[in-house]
Design a protein around this ligand. Structure first.
Ligand SMILES: C[S@@+](CC[C@H](N)C(=O)[O-])C[C@H]1O[C@@H](n2cnc3c(N)ncnc32)[C@H](O)[C@@H]1O
Length: 291
């Protein structure tokens, strides 16, 4: 039994829960997750999924994984359970200023060029796979700071994800104080409000950081994205890693459809676009420009 599963069992009083997610049932879930959301779920992940579904099975007062599977694939289950299931299967690790080279590039190259070219519209950024909001809020910090001495600079940020739980957290904008420890003091002072509760120190993002940010559910596997905008920058970091190469290529092409010519595209440091047929020019490792 995995540590995660042990922990959930103890926490939920399910120590006596003996059922297991059989290889066959795991295969059914794995096929579904891949075809609908592009997420690879190889057999080594069976115990992980078993552990993660346990809490949900308890909440639904069910007795086995097969009962859960039958419910999940029923008409009612597909309507009511899908979002809960997505919250369980997605990996949402993220951080403020994660892979900071992108934010430095945004601040030192992309934004000055934008101003130099006398663009006077709205500078638009999309954080695709935004998880609990640390990425779009970091973008917001950089853009708000850039706007401090440039009152005419207008911007908007879109954050999208398939995990509604993460989107709710993002919308709330409240984080454990330890998560912002490494952010420079001046930025913390400007953009975060400290809670008064010393027993559970948290911070809340300032209204200024939320002002130009919208958060929406969007599945990157959808054939077309319900997004009308053309973006100056797209962050799609540490999301592609869960997709196979063919899916990655399709997703990037769909995202690029919404990226302005000359706009920038950022991917995560363990991701690569080499050999892919996508309209992007390599600028620096993990940084691309739309052709
Ligand atoms: C590891 S997090 C990365 C968060 C952030 N981009 C970062 O780099 O810190 C990956 C996010 O991608 C989301 N995701 C996975 N599959 C997706 C899909 N098909 N469509 C949209 N978002 C997806 C997950 O819910 C998760 O929140």
């Amino acid at each position: 039994m995995s540590k995660e599963e042990q922990h959930i069992k103890q926490e939920s009083g399910l120590e006596c829960f003996k059922a297991e997610l059989t290889e066959k049932d795991f295969g059914v879930f794995s096929k579904f997750i891949y075809s609908e959301y592009g997420i690879k779920m190889p057999p080594v992940k069976r115990i992980m999924l078993q552990g993660r579904l346990l809490r949900r099975i308890r909440e639904l007062k069910m007795n086995s994984y097969s009962e859960y599977k039958d419910y999940f694939f029923s008409k009612e289950g597909q309507e009511k359970e899908l979002l809960h299931f997505l919250n369980v299967v997605t990996t949402n690790k993220t951080d403020f200023f994660r892979e900071s080279v992108h934010f430095i590039f945004l601040n030192e190259n992309v934004l000055p060029n934008y101003i130099e070219n006398k663009n006077n519209g709205v500078f638009k950024v999309w954080s695709a796979g935004c998880s609990s909001g640390e990425e779009p809020y970091t973008i917001s910090i950089v853009l708000n700071d850039f706007a401090l001495n440039r009152p005419n600079f207008k911007f908007s940020i879109l954050g999208t994800d398939i995990s509604t739980q993460m989107l709710e957290r993002a919308a709330k904008g409240v984080y454990q104080a330890s998560r912002v420890e490494s952010i420079p003091y001046e930025l913390k002072r400007r953009y975060f409000l400290k809670s008064k509760d010393t027993s559970n120190p948290t911070v809340r993002v300032s209204p200024q950081l939320q002002k130009n940010l919208s958060l929406n559910y969007l599945n990157l596997m959808d054939s077309v994205y319900g997004v009308n905008d053309q973006f100056d920058v797209i962050f799609c970091r540490n999301v592609l890693i869960y997709f196979d190469r063919n899916t990655q290529e399709k997703v990037i092409n769909k995202l690029c459809y919404h990226l302005k010519k000359g706009g920038h595209f950022f991917i995560g440091h363990s991701e690569s676009l080499s050999g892919m047929n996508v309209p992007l020019k390599h600028i620096k490792p993990t940084i691309f420009e739309k052709l």
